[in-house]
Ligand binder design. Structure first.
Ligand SMILES: [Zn+2]
Ligand SMILES: [Zn+2]
Length: 265
């Protein structure tokens, strides 16, 4: 009887100790961050002017300078379309080419402040910018794909040597955080990039398409047959990369591949 009572008393005691420890850790962390902010004030990543007082790295001025992608845009790839359009518009690119993904949507145009942010995030180890980018990505996914129950979130893989050099894959960092927000599993074992396609900025749309053909191969049986996937990347330009990746994901058994990127070129 005594042992039972002690046992019962022990649980809230331990729980209380853990709670006290957590509160202490949280307040120490908060104090440390405010001291750091005092000594090294955090400036906006893009304009380097405004001092930020929250856990963000872009000021509101720069945030409002971003061009959100709105209607009208291609129903398939999400590329903005100029002028007046009919219902379910499709851009010239999607009308002429085989598109493997179900739909693609991006949060903002790849112009202005977001360029600096993505470049730093991608090439200069500025992983702390992931949170700002994920806010945009999450808003985009909720606005366009809100009702879709994804079976898993995945990302465009880098060529293995490139990932070793860079030490991380920026798309995987974004996708992992997004998966956790969406409470979906993150799965990066579906396709492999078998060719190092380097940067494509100097290539035309058709050269990009040729350059990407066969760049990804599916892994063997992965238990994702017939599933609905969300494929994440940082920037989409012509769509050649996500399209080829979607093709490999379909070959891997996926039924639907929805694409979400932070920016659209
Ligand atoms: Zn700014
Ligand atoms: Zn299109």
């Amino acid at each position: 009887m005594t042992r039972l009572r002690q046992g019962r008393l022990k649980i809230p005691g331990l729980f209380q100790m853990r709670l006290d420890r957590q509160i202490l850790l949280d307040s120490t962390r908060a104090l440390w961050h405010s001291t750091l902010d005092l000594v090294y004030p955090r400036r906006c990543e893009s304009c380097h002017g405004a001092v930020l007082d929250e856990a963000r790295h872009l000021c509101w001025d720069c945030m409002t300078r971003m061009q959100l992608i709105q209607q009208p845009h291609c129903d398939r790839c999400g590329d903005p379309i100029e002028g007046k359009v009919d219902h379910d518009p499709m851009c010239a690119y999607c009308a002429r080419h085989r598109i493997w993904f179900t739909r693609a949507r991006s949060a903002v145009r790849y112009r202005g402040p977001i360029r600096d942010v993505i470049q730093s995030f991608k090439y200069r180890n500025a992983l702390y910018l992931g949170r700002d980018m994920n806010l945009l990505l999450l808003a985009c996914v909720q606005a366009h794909y809100g009702a879709i129950p994804f079976d898993a979130v995945t990302s465009v893989p880098l060529f293995a040597r490139r990932e070793r050099e860079r030490t991380y894959n920026q798309a995987a960092v974004l996708a992992r955080a997004l998966a956790s927000e969406l409470r979906s599993p993150y799965d990066n074992r579906l396709v492999t990039r078998i060719r190092d396609t380097q940067t494509q900025t100097h290539l035309s749309a058709s050269e990009r398409r040729q350059n990407m053909t066969g760049a990804f191969v599916p892994h063997g049986s992965n238990g994702r047959q017939g599933q609905r996937l969300l494929l994440v990347d940082d920037v989409m330009t012509t769509g050649a990369t996500v399209n080829e990746c979607a093709r490999a994901l379909k070959e891997a058994g996926a039924e639907y591949v929805y694409v979400a990127t932070v920016a659209r070129g």
